[in-house]
Design a protein around this ligand. Structure first.
Ligand code: ES4
Ligand code: ZN
Length: 396
């Protein structure tokens, strides 16, 4: 058992159990033990954190506590790299780390702002070298996400980082693609990829990246924009997003995480985004709030990320999430980079319930919104919203 206390001034305490995702005889198990899976049949797929069930306030038909059914619309697959996985991949690929003690690595995940996080995050990614690394990373996340109630994941990945590390783009797509297929088959989780451009590499690099990814067009459903925000406004990426639109790709972008509302306006007007990632600072501009509300543009808010990166007040109880919902915005809750920020989607839901005092009805609205704002077909959205309704009835 490894207790983990979320940082800052939060009183919310989240206890999790570190669990290995183990494959034996073709089946996936999540367990800290070998589970009787013997010898060469056993392979650790990844290390992810499983939530004990007692934090969940709803139940299944048998009365067993269960996490809310939800879609995760804002998760960077690279940000799910648990320290144990990081160490295992570093050893396997002969990549140097500052320490090989997973607990020590995790203890260093204390950040002053977005950039101080990105520096650690991108430096850690040097351990990802092979198709297997990408497969194991994504399958570990999907296993953990499914255990936490995620029915649908729209996952960001940063191919420019891996290409710059000397990894062939084929290995990235092959590893992620096979993990998604396996997740669908063995876990029943629906998942797709959104390719992010690194904004600090600029617009020309984004266009070049998109052209290089077009042979793999069927393996991703959209484009996004991440990394350092301030100084790299959406306007730099107008041409890359226009190319993406021609290709029939969905368009989202991080905006208003650290930078002012003009970045959100640009993302809407110039990039024609269908969702805004974070978007917290949109609340500073009443005209922008009205536009987002009227056009039903979703904001993928990440409460534990905001606390960890100081893009929201230090205590979760002061988070703007309730005000965003009261303003009529289509708000969803996601984990962003769960390894670094202290939790997965279900942990974010549990934290909101504990610290913001959200009612079951309010949590159901967030779960509903997550499916509504997803890129799933309408029939799938309706089926999953009905699942939320059934959960709500049992949770009262
Ligand atoms: C990110 Cl929290 C956040 N913001 C911007 N870019 C990112 N990449 C990974 N996490
Ligand atoms: Zn993000």
């Amino acid at each position: 058992m490894r207790p983990r206390v979320l940082g800052g001034e939060q009183s919310f305490e989240c206890r999790e159990r570190l669990v290995a995702v183990v494959r034996g005889g073709g089946e996936l198990h999540h367990t800290g033990e070998a589970l009787g899976v013997a010898g060469s049949d056993r392979r650790e797929v990844g290390w992810h954190l499983l939530q004990p069930r007692r934090l969940y306030s709803g139940t299944n038909e048998e009365g067993v506590a269960m996490p809310w059914p939800a879609a995760e619309l804002h998760v960077h697959i690279e940000g799910t790299i648990e320290s144990e996985f990081l160490v295992a991949a570093a050893r396997r690929n002969d990549v140097a780390l500052p320490t090989y003690d997973p607990a020590e690595l995790t203890a260093r995940y204390v950040f002053a702002d977005l950039q101080s996080f990105l520096d650690v995050h991108y430096s850690n990614l040097a351990v990802l070298r092979t198709e297997r690394d990408f497969h194991d990373l994504a399958l570990g996340y999907l296993t953990r996400a499914a255990a936490g109630g995620v029915r649908r994941a729209e996952m960001f990945f940063d191919p420019q980082t891996h290409i710059n590390n000397g990894v062939p783009i084929e290995a990235v797509f092959a590893g992620l693609g096979s993990a998604l297929a396996e997740g669908r088959e063995t876990l029943g989780i629906s998942a797709d990829l959104i390719m992010c451009f690194l904004r600090d590499l600029g617009g020309d690099a984004a266009e070049e990246m998109l052209r290089a990814a077009l042979p793999f067009r069927e393996q991703f459903i959209g484009v996004g924009l991440d990394s350092t925000e301030i100084g790299y406004p959406p306007s730099l990426f107008t041409k890359a997003y226009a190319m993406a639109e021609v290709e029939g790709l969905h368009r989202v972008a991080h905006a208003g995480e650290e930078a002012d509302p003009s970045y959100v306006w640009e993302a809407l007007d110039l990039l024609k985004v269908e969702r805004v990632d974070h978007g917290n600072r949109a609340m500073e501009d009443v005209d922008l709030v009205a536009r987002l509300r009227d056009e039903r543009i979703a904001l993928t808010v990440c409460p534990l990320s905001n606390i960890a990166l100081k893009t929201a007040p230090p205590a979760l109880r002061d988070h703007p999430l309730p005000r965003m919902m009261e303003a009529g915005l289509l708000v969803t809750v996601s984990s962003d980079d769960p390894t670094y920020f202290g939790g997965y989607v279900d942990d974010n839901f549990a934290a909101i319930e504990a610290e913001l005092g959200f009612s079951q009805q309010q949590l159901a609205t967030l779960a509903h919104n997550s499916f509504e704002a997803s890129f799933l077909p309408e029939t799938e959205k309706a089926r999953l919203r009905a699942e939320v309704d059934a959960y709500l009835v049992r949770s009262r």
